[in-house]
Design a protein around this ligand. Sequence first.
Ligand code: PNW
Length: 465
Amino acid sequence: MQSEPATGALEFPPGFTWGAATAAFQVEGCTTADGRTASIWDTFCREPGRVLGGHTGDPGADHYRRVAEDVALMRSLNLGAYRFSVSWPRVRPDGGDLNPAGIGFYDRLVDHLLDNGITPVATLYHWDLPQALEDRGGWAHRDTAARFAEYAETATAVLGDRVSMWTTLNEPWCSAFLGYGSGTHAPGRSDPSAALAAAHHLLLAHGLAMPVIRANARDAVAGITVNLFPVLPASDSAADADAARRVDGLQNRLFLDPVLRGAYPADVLDDVRHLGLAGCVRPGDEEVIAAPVDFVGVNFYRDHHVAAAGAGERAGGAWPGSEDLVFPPRDLPVTALGWEVRPEGLTELLVGLDRDYPGTAWYITENGAAYDDEPVGGEVDDHDRVSYLDGHVRAAHAAVTAGVDLRGYFAWSLLDNFEWAEGYAQRFGIVHVDYATQVRTVKRSGRWYAKVAADNRVPGGAEVW
Ligand code: PNW
């Protein structure tokens, strides 16, 4: 990979938002403090073999205790916005009543952010379902959507006067299909019917929460964050084209169409009819899910290169009803997770979204990469991450130039953190965290990003930053 940005400087439109993102379970640590109860991830971490190294939500980046220091760090990086998630089991332990100490943490975080001129961007659900609700069926159970609306009421009643940008869910595809389909994420279930039921109940939860947010956060904008992939067939064969259609359907359209067009995509409903999705969808549900959103957040890491599987090959349960898929590798650079790097995919995705869902405002709510970086002499020279971020920010700029209404970009992640099933083995931060001491070291990518955020412009290759 190139190690430095190689092309000229690019200016972004005035008012473009530059932020960084985290999620509660990944950074906070302190998983039993102040009345917090277990989430499905606390349980999952304790099941042998689920999370690499047997790692858990502790210590995280100890953000729960270091919030003032971390907000000062954000300010030093010139961030205009900070995307964080609110922890349901802190705010309503076991999914039950309000816990003032739990919501108090977010109250202080928001005040610190505002004092430092940083816009708080809150996500209500970044995967930490209270275990007590999973015990009653979790997202496969319709009632969980109603419990989510109650939790949204609690969170927005306290924070809605100061948080001006809300998203309901982070990546419902992961919650539903990795959580209940492939079983690689909490709660670790492998049941394609439950996975599709979970997808519907997550979308219903989103739709039920939207009017709650509107009522309690009157001046705020509100939407949803989804993880989208441009899908490329591996060949022009009819079988590969159909594999690509099915992946695009389950990954992208299953979540976007009901929110932005008011109905599930007919071809996907047909594909999964034998798994009972249609049976979960009651009259009126699609109207609830289609509550108008002010924006859609897109998390982008890579594209999908898809082929129909040969005999004996299977993609696993992350594609319910479409297990006969493979993702053939290409000759591309990869991150430490083996994820292929092709920034043009981001431009293709955004231009395609603008064509298929015209009139929508978009944010990139996550983009980033894992690389193996360790401090050497007090410096982290993560040239690969600078190159990844530079390439993707340039790809975002190309979409803006093509007329896409893209309003902002959030780097994933502010801090190295608990990377789900990978534990602490994978580092996504623009700031390095030494987990033993919790010392933060701004990486080279963090310095680069601070320059981008300050100037609203990507520096050219010859510039020093
Ligand atoms: C997203 N996949 O997760 C999440 O929103 C973050 O919490 C996470 O740390 C980040 O991306 C990096 O992984 C994903 O398997 C996890 O396709 C897995 C997948 C996609 C997104």
